[in-house]
Ligand binder design. Structure first.
Ligand SMILES: NC(=O)c1ccc[n+]([C@@H]2O[C@H](COP(=O)([O-])OP(=O)(O)OC[C@H]3O[C@@H](n4cnc5c(N)ncnc54)[C@H](OP(=O)(O)O)[C@@H]3O)[C@@H](O)[C@H]2O)c1
Length: 257
């Protein structure tokens, strides 16, 4: 555990937990936080990817704690919160970034169990992790919760074939804004981050699907965006988040686009 020496302009002395930190946007957020002085707990399922992120974090002179866990397991958030506290200390900054975009395709073809599992991962897991870590943040009178959403929430009809994802991200935003109202005035804030269209494995995975399986229009949209060079880098997206994080915003939708 460390004593906080937070200056207000950097995150020196603060401990952050980033989920989905093994690659893509989560890795970039973790590295950007390390560059601004935070010590990092890094969570995803792939231990090898987390080790790579940890090396990048340490190259900034920050501490890294690697925490392989499957947030699809309903018991995971409580266990994760306990392990981080015991091994690394209280979490000041929680970035709920891990998510899945599947299942994709015509809604009548979607297995309701897969739909519900994606909702568990994309909404229930961040909620459970937040609720497990919030008491320490409230006790210390400072905390930052960021839930990574998507621009699709502003245009729910634009991602045909992505019913589970669009529904989950919309629920995640409602959860965040409602929680923000609840914690107002405590020193803890909760905000939504929409990271933009970012060149990551998630985007590549969508482009790699058979057009017939996910719907030709959806496949064409993601392929075209990539071909037009319209995707931003994870680092660009992460910097946009980190520029906002030190402030006192609460219940805001931070949109890169
Ligand atoms: N890329 C975009 O254009 C875009 C646009 C809008 C919103 N977003 C949002 O941005 C966030 C990051 O997306 P990304 O593009 O960086 O995705 P990504 O490249 O697929 O990375 C997702 C991360 O989440 C982890 N993860 C997935 N399932 C998990 C599970 N069951 N338990 C623990 N960790 C899990 C992955 O690691 P493991 O697979 O090893 O577990 C990985 O580290 C997501 O919330 C996404 O919805 C992305």
């Amino acid at each position: 555990m460390t004593t906080s020496t937070f200056s207000g302009t950097t995150f020196s002395g603060r401990t952050a937990l980033v989920t989905g930190a093994g690659r893509g946007i989560g890795r970039a957020i973790a590295v950007e936080l390390a560059g601004r002085g935070a010590r990092l707990a890094l969570l995803s399922r792939s231990a090898g990817q987390l080790d790579e992120t940890a090396a990048l974090v340490r190259s900034h002179g920050s501490e890294a704690y690697v925490l392989p866990a499957d947030l699809g397991d309903r018991e995971a958030p409580a266990g994760v919160a306990r392990r981080v506290f015991d091994d690394f200390g209280p979490v000041d900054i929680l970035v709920n970034n891990a998510a899945v975009v599947w299942p994709l395709g015509p809604s009548v073809s979607i297995d309701p169990a897969a739909w519900a599992h994606s909702f568990d991962l994309n909404v229930s897991a961040p909620m459970a992790l937040t609720f497990a870590l919030l008491p320490d943040q409230l006790r210390q009178g400072w905390g930052r919760v960021v839930n990574v959403s998507s621009g699709v929430v502003a245009r729910p009809g634009s991602m045909i074939g992505g019913n589970a994802y669009v529904t989950a991200k919309t629920a995640l935003e409602a959860h965040t804004v409602n929680l923000a109202a609840e914690v107002r005035g405590t020193g803890v804030t909760a905000n939504v981050f929409r990271p933009g269209s970012v060149d990551t494995g998630m985007q590549a995975w969508i482009r790699g699907q058979e057009p017939e399986a996910i719907g030709p229009a959806l496949h064409e949209r993601f392929t075209r965006t990539y071909a037009e060079g319209a995707l931003i880098t994870p680092e660009h997206s992460a910097r946009a988040l980190l520029d906002r994080l030190p402030g006192d915003d609460n219940g805001q939708i931070w949109d890169v686009a």
